[in-house]
Design a protein around this ligand. Structure first.
Ligand code: ZN
Length: 104
């Protein structure tokens, strides 16, 4: 069992990644889709990215004190580190609650 915030983090970062990949694929391989579909696919990708980001910021929290780990990480870590920090953090920076990081 892993801590709930890790599961939520993986889940929402997955959604975020899928949205990002769709958006990039659409951008770099413009011939895959016809223009009529492209707009809808882009909107869907933006929705996925928004859901991923909102999920990460609102649902990934300390199970003990409720500290929003994603918001904390965004304030204290660089852009390239914040997601991995959230998924790997072993102790709540606020209440020192220990997170269970066992790989199932
Ligand atoms: Zn805490």
């Amino acid at each position: 069992m892993v801590d709930k915030h890790v599961q939520m983090g993986r889940y929402f970062s997955g959604i975020l990644t899928i949205g990002g990949i769709i958006l990039l694929a659409n951008e770099f391989f413009p011939d895959i889709l016809q223009n009529t579909y492209k707009l809808y696919v882009n909107i869907a990708a933006v929705v996925l990215i928004s859901v991923g980001l909102i999920g990460l910021t609102s649902f990934v929290k300390c199970s003990s004190c409720g500290l929003k780990l994603m918001v904390y990480s965004m304030r204290n870590n660089s852009f390239t580190d914040w997601l991995s920090w959230v998924l790997e953090v072993k102790e709540c920076p606020s209440c020192k609650h220990q997170f269970n990081q066992n790989k199932e």
